[in-house]
Structures are given as C-alpha cells and as structure tokens.
Write a protein that binds this ligand. Structure first.
Ligand code: PLP
Length: 381
C-alpha cells in the first residue's frame, strides 16, 4: 500500500534520460571504453562512421559531426560567407540559438511570425519580413526555418518564398532531427541543415554535440576547414577564420549506439503523443501535425486560453509533475534582440502566454501518462 502511494506521488522526470541508459547502458559503456583504450579522443574512426550513418539516416549526401547545434548553424553561415549588411530570417518563436549565430558573423537577424496551428515559420510573414529587411537597406540572404518541438517546418511554402527572393534555406533541425516533410527527412531539405545532440534533444549524446547536413559537394571542404580553425590543404596553413568545431570521439561512440535505436524511439514518441492527444483533446488545444509533416515530438506542447497556463503549471507541480514553458518571450522582444528588424509577430506573442509542455520521452509508460493526464484534467476542470 505504501508503495502504491509512493508511486502516485513520486516526482515524474520531464525527460527520462535514465530509462534509456538502463536499455543501452552496457553497450554505451563498452563503446566509450573502446575509445578510452584507443586514446583517439579527437577525429577517431567513430566520428567518420557516425557521419556516414547520419547522412544515410537523413538521406543527405554529406553529414559533418560538430561541437553543438549552435556551432552547426554558425559553421554554415560562415561557410556561405554571410556577413555585415546581410539579412537572415529567423522565427520569432524559437530557442535563442537560431538567431544568436547571425550577429556572430556580423549579419542582421530579421524576425518572422509563426503559424497558429503548428507554431512553425509562416511563409507569408517571411515574405513581408523580406520587404522589411530591404526597406532597411539589408540584403536578404538566408532563411532559417526551425522544426519546432520536433515537427518539420512547412518547407513547400518556405522554399517557394525563398526561391522568389533568392534566399538560401538553412534548416534548424535541432529539435526535429528524424522528422520528415513529404517523405524527406530533415537534414535533406533546403541548402544545408543543422542539428543538435544536446542530451534533451530527441537524439542526444552525453554532452554537447551537433551535425551539419548538405547535398552541396562544394560546401563540404569549406565546412571542414571552418570546423578546424580555417585550415587549408595543409593543417598548419590558415586560409579563413574558423573555430574548434569538432565532435569528440567519445560522443560519436555514444551516438552510434543511440542512432541504432532511434527509429524505435521515434515510433514510441509518436505513439505516446497520439495517446496524449486522444486523452486531452477535449480540455485543451492539443498539438497539430500538418498534412505531409511528421514530428519527433521533442516537446509535447498544449495551448490554453490566456491566464490558464501558469495556474496549470502550479497545480501539476503540487502533484509532482514537471512542466516547461518554451518559450516565455518571443525573440523580437528579448532585451538583446529587440534592436533588430521584425515583421509584426502577433502569433508568436500570443503563444508565449498560452503554451506549456508536458513530460515527453520515448520511455513514458501508460500508467505514468495516465497520472499526468488525470492531473491535467483535474486542474483544468
Ligand atoms: C537546442 C537548439 C539549438 C542549439 O543546439 P545546442 O546543441 O544546444 O547548441 C538550436 N536551435 C534550436 C531550435 C534548438 O532547440
């Protein structure tokens, strides 16, 4: 009886890294040990193997492992030579890193609104933002659609607007690696893509990591040079400004093991998300996946009427159920980003007051999910 009470009250993890470790721990420990034995901590053979596997998984010609999702975005902008006077279009509703890399290279982020159903970039707002940028004397160069909360962006509409303005498309698949748009996986859409292997992302390592994807053969040597301090053909010749952008061999070894079960985990996430949708659709606005898109459910995010979100978070916290708000402040209202141009972003602004994310991971069992659902229904009754 005591144990029953305990399980009803025990805190639930928001993202359960430990359950996956229970499944894969021995394999990962062996893979890491092998790297420790080899002492090839930088550019070991596991990095090359992982890159081949990632490219195959995404359906891209090339994958380059790197130090983080943020660095992956930056490496692409650097390799394209984006700089002062250039406009880079970013959603107003995203994690800050999408836009952060733009001032790194001296370019100007320009914010674009999102769609009320999928929370992904709105192509009509992108079109307006291009006009805003031009009116300020900027040269429109790149758009960074984000696969927010795991769902592939509306690439048909974004590619059409991008083509009409000659923009390069850089997919930010940090949350949506493994998702697809009309049968094409993120990483294989647009001119180049970036993803993150931060532990809480759908495919995470045991520290920081990321990858760049592209079908552009000519871009690959430039990306590799940027990743290693702008090295030339000779390692000690520097031909451009670069960075320390490599992925550690140990992290590559961890990712090889995790990638092997990633399809299975994506299927589990899909099943869990559908179950949440079925059990919650009558009490809140549940997430919508657009026709032609799939999601890896980096977050399971519901939407509530204004004023109801924070009381729900408080009530769930009392029941031992963690929640998170992604995001409380739209990018164009952030203290450091408010100086940059933006289209009007009323949808992003409303979402910041109305969204809340519930526990979501591939190992969420039905009993725990039932407990979460019951608590949400009680709080919203
Ligand atoms: C996590 C994230 C990033 C950055 O990835 P890091 O590996 O943490 O640098 C970029 N964009 C989005 C949308 C993200 O969610």
């Amino acid at each position: 009886m005591t144990s029953h009470v305990t399980s009803q009250m025990a805190p639930i993890p928001f993202i359960d890294v430990a359950s996956q470790r229970a499944r894969l721990g021995a394999r990962i420990d062996a893979a890491v040990s092998a790297v420790l034995e080899s002492c090839r901590f930088i550019n070991g053979p596991e990095v090359t193997l992982l890159e081949q596997q990632l490219a195959e998984f995404a359906g891209a010609r090339h994958a380059l492992a790197c130090s983080s999702g943020t660095d992956a975005l930056a490496m692409i902008l650097m390799s394209w030579g984006i700089g002062p006077g250039d406009a880079v279009f970013c959603p107003a509703f995203t994690f800050c890193a999408t836009a952060e890399v733009v001032p790194w290279v001296g370019a100007t982020p320009v914010f674009v609104d999102v769609k009320p159903d999928t929370f992904n970039m709105d192509a009509a707002s992108l079109d307006r933002a291009v006009a805003v940028a031009k009116a300020q004397g900027l040269v429109p160069k790149v758009v960074i659609p984000v696969d927010l909360f795991g769902q592939a962006a509306d690439y048909d509409a974004i590619l059409a607007v991008s083509e009409s303005h000659g923009l390069k498309v850089l997919g930010d698949a940090a949350q949506g690696f493994g998702a697809s748009w009309r049968g094409k996986r993120t990483g294989s859409i647009g001119h180049a893509s970036a993803t993150s292997f931060f532990p809480a992302k759908p495919l995470g390592c045991y520290g920081d990591g990321g990858a760049v994807f592209t079908d552009d053969d000519a871009l690959v040597p430039i990306l590799k040079s940027v990743r290693e301090h702008g090295q030339g053909v000779d390692k000690y010749e520097n031909v451009r400004i670069g960075m320390t952008g490599r992925l550690d061999t140990i992290q590559a070894a961890v990712l090889i093991e995790k990638l092997a079960i990633f399809e299975d985990e994506i299927a589990a996430r899909e099943r869990i998300a559908r179950r949440y949708n079925a059990l919650l659709a009558d009490v809140c606005t549940v997430p919508v996946v657009a026709e032609g898109a799939s999601s890896t459910w980096a977050q399971y995010t519901i939407r509530l009427a204004p004023g109801r979100r924070d009381p729900l978070a408080e009530a769930l916290k009392k029941d031992g159920i963690p929640t998170a708000v992604y995001y409380r402040i739209p990018m164009h209202r952030q203290p450091i980003y408010a100086q940059y141009p933006s289209d009007a972003c009323p949808v992003a602004e409303a979402l910041c007051h109305e969204v809340i994310s519930l526990p979501m991971h591939a190992y969420l069992d039905e009993a725990t999910q039932d407990r979460i659902v019951a608590a949400v229904r009680r709080a919203l009754a």
